[in-house]
Design a protein around this ligand. Structure first.
Ligand code: TRP
Length: 331
């Protein structure tokens, strides 16, 4: 069976954008693939993380995954730092990938900002760790959003250069799985900005930990424009907030935006927002409740992750051994 590797950074609250764009897709992939799901805490510390917060967020994201339906028995869910093979293979890839390749990574430029000299070395080498994550398990497919496509290209280049340099046919070329095309969930305060956990306003996003009242309040306060909802999709042109809210409705009900437009054509925002709220609560409330229940027993989460890490290590250790042998390290 084809194997998926997917990683998510345990840095703070998951929101609706993460749920619709990533978590829900992971859950669906479980039927078709053998899945390795990883909370990439080592990627997280490329930017400063308060240790207590990192611990809490790692448990929180794990709880969200489990609550949303990730099956940690059938598949593997673990935290990256618990399998030392990731760091080992990343080092080898630091010696395979070229500086020129990393210099082209747009995410580094974005995250490092103006003060590049002061960015951590880890932030710069981050893509090599991501290549290691994927290739350590010889994953065949990687679900990626737009922002990670370039990193996956780099992983493919690194796999190929390793194979060429050492004259082996060892690493496969991992294929991107582009999921949920068109479901870019935007801020509730500004339909032109992505919904983000780092937005100063909590009203800009629906968190997976928000209860029904909070969800209702946030949709009520969500930015709109003065017109009724349009009759056609073309009528969404220049109306980012309407487009976003209809997009959220479509994603939550698993239909197209065109269908959402048809359904609410000519209706007032206030009416539509009520239906949107009901739908969001129906989808999110059970996950929310289950997440709270899971979080009340952190020891249980830790045990699940630890067991996942053992299984991840059992999968990667023979591959890592072969890599070391190929490179010429003594056993
Ligand atoms: N870099 C990804 C992100 O920030 C997370 C990630 C780390 C990842 N390793 C991965 C995603 C491997 C896919 C495969 O979102």
């Amino acid at each position: 069976m084809d194997r998926i590797f997917s990683g998510v950074q345990p840095t703070g609250n998951l929101h609706l954008g993460n749920y619709l764009g990533a978590v829900r897709n992971w859950v669906r992939l479980q039927n078709q693939y053998e899945c390795v799901f990883c909370l990439v805490d080592m990627h997280a510390i490329t930017l400063w993380q308060d240790p207590a917060a990192l611990r809490a967020h790692t448990r929180e994201v794990a709880a969200a995954m489990l609550a949303a339906g990730v099956d940690a028995e059938k598949h593997i869910l673990f935290h990256q730092s618990a399998n030392p093979n990731h760091a080992e293979l990343a080092w080898i890839f630091n010696c395979v990938a070229r500086i020129g390749w990393l210099n082209r990574m747009t995410q580094f430029k974005d995250k490092a900002g103006k003060n590049r000299e002061n960015a951590s070395v880890g932030l710069y080498a981050y893509p090599n760790l991501m290549s290691a994550d994927i290739l350590l398990y010889k994953a065949t497919h990687v679900p990626v959003g737009e922002d990670q496509k370039q990193h996956l290209e780099l992983a493919r280049d690194t796999a190929q250069k390793f194979n060429n340099d050492y004259g082996v046919e060892f690493f496969p070329q991992p294929e991107p799985l582009i999921l949920g095309a068109g479901t870019r969930i935007m801020s509730l305060r500004d339909g032109t900005k992505k919904m983000s956990k780092s937005d100063d306003s909590d009203y800009s996003r629906i968190n997976m930990t928000d209860d029904a009242d909070t969800i209702a309040l946030k949709f009520r306060k969500a930015k709109t424009d003065p017109d009724a909802l349009p009759e056609t999709e073309a009528g969404l042109e220049g109306r980012p907030e309407a487009a976003n809210l209809l997009g959220i409705w479509a994603a939550l009900s698993d239909t197209s935006r065109a269908e959402a437009v048809a359904r609410f054509a000519g209706r007032a925002f206030s009416e539509f927002k009520k239906e949107l709220t009901d739908l969001a609560v129906t989808v999110l409330a059970p996950i929310n409740g289950e997440m709270k229940r899971t979080l009340s027993d952190p020891a249980q989460i830790d045990a699940i992750l630890k067991r996942g890490a053992q299984r991840a290590h059992a999968l990667s250790a023979p591959i890592m051994d072969e890599v070391k042998d190929i490179v010429g390290f003594l056993k």
